[in-house]
Design a protein around this ligand. Sequence first.
Ligand code: ADP
Ligand code: MG
Length: 172
Amino acid sequence: MTASLGWRLPDEEATRRFGVALARGVCGFWPGVSSRLLVTLEGDLGAGKTTLARALLRELGVSGAVRSPTYTLVESYETRHGPVHHLDWYRLGGADEVEALGFRELCRDALVLVEWPSRAPEWAAAADLAVELSIEGEGRRVRLAAQTDIGQRVADDLLKSSQEQVITSSFP
Ligand code: ADP
Ligand code: MG
């Protein structure tokens, strides 16, 4: 664990802006094809995990439907930057099922976004970046923990964009 950052997201639009800023950070530091970047999205039902993932995918150029993977477990996209897999472990029973889902292979050369990482903490521990959303009044709070060097670089980029007012931010 190298650093932990937090921002207030007063409305859905702020969550989307955060997703866009995260996508830009990812584009800058994820080398793309043949390298892995694992980002976990923790938070209760309705915290905004899918909203954030959708904004990120749109920014990476995904123009078709971005469905929640709650039922399909994984939704995959080809983006201009490389493959992206959006997973939701809510309905999974644990680490064995994550493995059976082909998680290891999915991670090989892609950006992987995982909702409900707490269902399989053994796998989630390998995340480059752990994002946590929580409900705060009418809005949300997002916390970001960088867990690897590349995660740290993406986090630093987000910090920089928030200072440039890309995100409506107020530090705790
Ligand atoms: P999750 O995937 O975490 O279950 P969703 O993204 O599907 O959550 O839904 C989140 C809900 O909260 C959506 O109705 C969205 O409009 C709303 N929302 C997202 N971000 C915010 C925010 N910062 N403030 C208020 N409402 C938000
Ligand atoms: Mg969701």
